[in-house]
Design a protein around this ligand. Structure first.
Ligand code: AMP
Length: 273
């Protein structure tokens, strides 16, 4: 496994490569969710690249940029075991310049839900992902359904800007207790984690009601809220696959999203109906 920190070196290395390139962009502190993306990339491509970069432009002032978990050694071990070919660890000084041309998230999809709570977050995400795509030129890029709105916006950016990459959505991975895997779960105390379990439980309850025929968003919201009393709920949203709000759940075209705080840890989760 090669570890490359220099953009030019990576470009030169890729110039001699013949075959498909799978790409998994991450912010490190890798867990089984990331590994599921990596496994898919390794399986489907001739060469797999994982990037590890805590992107400052997607953090808002006051968010956890400084204390975001960084575990370089453990991450490299995980990548090695998973058969990654290249780990790309760019440096901010090389990635960002002054007074840059910017990519702005679309006015609707980029500024509802997560975009409303974290204005500017998706501009930063799209900026870094487009830069990484231009460096790596992947055949396929793997993104988790855990970050459903991010996935939607990246698919939209690729379409709108006519980028030549196949975006592959990957299933949301959960821990054995049901909590969606996230690098930020390390912030949760045991007690907070128990409270946080209400989030996947509420989604499961909604899914169960939907499979017994309940389609009304109003009724499903009431059912979910009963479970979510121990967390500080930011939103429950029922949307279609273009992130427009819906009144009735439609099978294979709906998403239920939850954002909530437990103590000062902000968690997001979702289920694709
Ligand atoms: P991050 O390191 O949080 O930026 O995540 C990097 C990639 O891993 C993104 O495409 C995420 O959606 C994906 N990811 C994070 N957590 C999970 C999870 N629990 N299941 C599946 N994919 C995930």
């Amino acid at each position: 496994m090669e570890i490359i920190k220099d953009i030019q070196k990576l470009k030169e290395r890729l110039r001699i490569h013949v075959g498909t390139i799978g790409f998994v962009p991450t912010m490190g502190a890798l867990h089984r969710g990331h590994v599921s993306l990596i496994d898919r990339s390794v399986e489907e491509n001739d060469l797999s690249i994982v990037s590890i970069y805590v992107n400052p432009t997607q953090f808002l002032p006051g968010e956890d940029l400084q204390k975001y978990p960084r575990r370089e050694e453990a991450d490299l071990k995980i990548c090695k075991v998973a058969d990654v070919d290249i780990v790309f660890m760019p440096q901010s000084e090389e990635i960002y310049g002054k007074d840059e041309v910017k990519i702005i998230a679309p006015r609707y999809g980029g500024f509802v839900l997560e975009g409303f709570r974290r204005p500017g977050h998706f501009d930063g995400v799209l900026q870094i992902v487009s830069k990484l795509f231009h460096i790596v030129h992947p055949t396929r890029a793997y993104f988790g359904k855990k970050d459903a709105q991010q996935l939607y916006l990246i698919q939209k950016m690729v379409r709108d800007l006519m980028m030549d990459v196949d975006v592959v959505p990957c299933e949301l991975m959960r821990d054995s207790d049901g909590l969606a895997l996230s690098s930020r779960n390390v912030y949760l105390s045991d007690d907070a984690r128990q409270k946080a379990l209400a989030i996947p439980r509420s989604l499961k309850k909604a899914a169960k009601s939907i499979s017994s025929g309940q389609k009304s968003v109003e009724k499903l919201t009431v059912i979910m809220k009963e479970t979510l009393c121990d967390v500080e709920l930011e939103y429950i949203a029922f949307v279609d696959r273009d992130f427009h709000p819906i009144q009735e759940v439609e099978i294979k075209n709906s998403l239920i999203l939850v954002a909530a705080k437990v103590g000062n840890v902000r968690l997001i989760d979702n289920i694709w109906i």
